[in-house]
Design a protein around this ligand. Structure first.
Ligand code: PMP
Length: 439
């Protein structure tokens, strides 16, 4: 979409210092990124003074929107008291207690700075606990930048292998073959395929890493039978289940596993639990978490970091989570249901090849007549990618940032009127643009 002169000038300068002009692979751009000057509540303002309803919210992090008042006030105080220490602070205990109270399966927790780190440490703990090296993961699912979870993520049909034998696909040039050999890709919602592949590789599997509703793989709900099959097969072979809820912890008071009946040994958390500041966490059963316990000597898996549990992130996270009570979750759930049904009514009215997935405060629009059931079905052809780009542009022109290919989300400052607006812009897009497109 068109960006203004300030963003263009910023990008020109950025291109002199960053490879491809950006410093994050995942940044939204078309083809240039829009530079932001500030955010407030549900809105962001770009460098050229345009205002947008923000359905990206830093990739679903900002569940209370931008510059949430209670977090800002608490951070102002913490800023004056110091931003990081080589000592623990009491704030980290408060945030840990809140999470342990909300999720009964979380008995112990460790903080780090990103979801990537959380996933990395959880996998290391699973290896230490089981004495096995490999992991299974869902094809197409995104779990951050640890080599093993980067496998089989975003490449196209020619690389996938047959439905019965999904291949380990490299994500970056030079990714070691030994890493590819230590990952077993599973197709989401394919009960028999997943069980067969887990059983065949059980001797080497430390963990199954699973996001209950993997956003990049389609933001598709897990079938109850799939969850049950993964669970019982893992248990039968002493393979740990790591539920990656960095994104989906926002699906409810006790997170996504509670919602879908998964009983993980370990959780990885991030995004919302930092209240807008950098965070990650590894959490779960006390027995498995003891892999991080140094006791009198050295931990099985040493885990730390210069900024881990820094009091700024702990404070922002604590205040944000305290403000996410049952009522807040119920309200987000209602707004999400309302929005998804509005979008589906428009699709129905226009009899057009779109579908909607998601749950709670999350949604994704697919250029597909039937809602996809896994990454392969959700994958876009070039013409499908083209219509999605058109849609993102149309929304931007109407003052709404709609993520293209990632999960879109609602936040607590949004009202019914915002849902109406999103629904109306989608309806207009179908009547003005999508009608004349073939994909
Ligand atoms: N796991 C999941 C499910 C995620 O959505 C993300 C980030 N989008 C990560 C891990 C990585 O988190 P971070 O970007 O904080 O490293």
């Amino acid at each position: 979409a068109q960006v203004g002169p300030r963003s263009k000038e910023a990008f020109r300068r950025a291109s002199c210092v960053f490879p491809d002009g950006t410093t994050r692979a995942t940044i939204e751009r078309d083809p240039l990124p829009r530079y932001v000057s500030h955010g407030s509540g549900a809105y962001v303002f770009d460098a050229d003074g345009r205002k947008f309803l923000d359905l990206n919210a830093n990739f679903t992090t900002l569940i209370h929107g931008h510059a949430f008042g209670p977090v800002v006030s608490a951070l102002e105080r913490q800023l004056r008291d110091g931003t990081c220490f080589a000592n623990p602070t009491e704030r980290e205990i408060e945030l840990a207690e809140l999470i342990c109270e909300r999720v009964p399966a979380i008995e112990r927790i460790r903080f780090c700075n990103t979801g990537t780190e959380a996933v990395m440490f959880a996998i290391k703990a699973a290896r230490a606990w089981t004495g096995r090296p490999a992991i299974a993961k869902i094809e197409g699912a995104y779990h951050g930048a640890y080599d093993w979870v980067e496998v089989s993520q975003s490449s196209g049909p020619s690389t996938w292998g047959t439905p019965a034998e999904p291949q380990s696909v490299a994500y970056y040039k030079g990714q070691p073959a030994s890493v590819l050999d230590e990952v077993v890709p599973l197709r989401f919602n394919d009960v028999q395929g997943a069980v067969d592949r887990i059983e065949r590789n059980a001797h080497s599997l430390a963990a199954i890493v699973i996001d209950p509703m993997p956003s990049r793989a389609g933001l598709i709900a897990p079938d109850a039978e799939f969850v049950a099959a993964i669970q019982s097969t893992a248990r039968a072979h002493n393979i740990l289940i790591i539920s990656d809820e960095v994104l989906n912890f926002r699906q409810g008071f006790a997170g996504a596993s509670a919602r879908y009946g998964l009983q993980p040994d370990l959780y990885t958390l991030g995004k919302i639990i930092g209240g807008g500041l950098p965070i990650g966490a590894i959490a779960g059963r006390a027995s498995v978490m003891s892999m991080f316990d140094a006791g009198q000597s050295r931990a099985a898996v040493p885990q730390g970091g210069t900024f881990s549990a820094n009091p700024m992130s702990m404070t922002a996270g604590l205040i944000a989570m305290q403000n996410l009570d049952h009522a807040a979750f119920a309200r987000l759930e209602r707004l999400g249901d309302l929005l998804r049904s509005r979008l589906m009514q428009s699709i129905e009215r226009w009899q057009i090849a779109f579908s909607v997935t998601g749950a709670a405060s999350l949604f994704r629009i697919h250029p597909k007549r039937r809602p996809p059931r896994d990454f392969r079905e959700a994958f876009w052809s070039p013409s499908e990618a083209a219509i999605m780009t058109e849609m993102t542009r149309y929304f931007a022109t109407a003052g709404i940032i709609l993520p293209n290919g990632a999960a879109a989300c609602l936040s607590t400052p949004m009202q019914d009127g915002d849902v109406d607006l999103i629904g109306q812009v989608f309806e207009n897009f179908l009547s003005d643009v999508a009608q004349s497109f073939e994909w």
